[in-house]
Design a protein around this ligand. Structure first.
Ligand code: IPE
Ligand code: IPE
Ligand code: MG
Length: 252
């Protein structure tokens, strides 16, 4: 006689968590350090949070590392960030492989330094078979630009007679994945966390966050840790997601 065991997974298992990793500069300034020290500390936090995310059973984690609007920062800061991203991808892809984390980068690639583009290709190839967690790092990312590009692609498909007559959310999701260099469309964001005290989206996953639960914390990114991630997940579990419906109690 065969027996199937039932494993109860936590409600946060397999969810998509997005994090706007904000507050590196202020964290550094409050310690009398240069902003670059904050970005270095931020990389250490990102490393620890990825490992916590694996332990928590999160399915997809998208980290906002550099927005398209961040090009407007002073050139030395931008250059330092590009170097840091390249070096971090190099070292972190090895850790990702050890932890079974698939690493992909979303955003534009054509404006990135060639060495960073090469590091991206390398990290993605090395971790392509990992299945524990899909880690997406957003670099030169603008959600609005992505939506515009996807709309443009659809118009081109229609002109060539290859697109579906009416645009569905699924098809638009595929186009969005394509323009952001995603291997495939991701599920909608379940939980969006922003550190650093600001309560705004700063052009991050506007389409995917349609029904995301939002969690804002005043902790600066370098001081965010596993405890706070767990706290955010508990808060998420306590929320009732209605997706436009009525509360569960009223429905029964
Ligand atoms: C987030 O921290 C990292 C990036 C945007 C690259 P910030 O650099 O925005 O830090 P604050 O918000 O100025 O403190
Ligand atoms: C958002 O932070 C982008 C990243 C965390 C990469 P910003 O610091 O750039 O956002 P604003 O300017 O405060 O909205
Ligand atoms: Mg900021």
């Amino acid at each position: 006689m065969s027996r199937t065991s039932t494993v109860t997974l936590p409600p946060t298992s397999g969810i998509h968590v997005g994090i706007i990793m904000d507050g590196n500069g202020r964290w550094a300034a409050s310690r009398g350090l240069p902003r670059s020290a904050g970005h270095h500390a931020g990389v250490r936090t990102a490393r620890a949070i990825v490992e916590s995310a694996v332990r928590a059973g999160i399915g997809t984690l998208t980290l906002y590392a550099f927005s398209s609007d961040n090009w407007s920062r002073p050139t030395p800061e931008v250059n330092a960030l590009m170097r840091l991203l390249r070096r971090s991808l190099h070292t972190e892809s090895k850790r990702c492989l050890e932890n079974g984390v698939r690493l992909t980068i979303v955003g534009r690639r054509d404006r990135l330094p060639a060495a960073l583009r090469a590091a991206i290709a390398d990290a993605e190839a090395v971790t392509a078979r990992c299945r524990n967690l899909h880690l997406r790092v957003a670099i030169d990312y603008s959600s609005r630009d992505g939506i515009l590009l996807a709309a443009e692609r659809y118009a081109q498909q229609i002109a060539r007679g290859v697109g579906p007559d009416s645009l569905t959310r699924e098809h638009f999701g595929e186009l969005l994945a394509e323009v952001h260099h995603d291997p495939r469309p991701v599920r909608d964001v379940d939980l969006l966390i922003r550190t650093g005290g600001e309560q705004r989206l700063s052009d991050f996953m506007l389409w995917e966050c349609a029904y995301a639960e939002l969690y804002f914390t005043s902790a600066m990114w370098p001081e965010f840790g596993e405890d706070e991630l767990r706290q955010a997940l508990r808060t998420f579990e306590s929320r009732e997601r209605r997706f436009g419906g009525v509360p569960a109690q009223a429905a029964s």
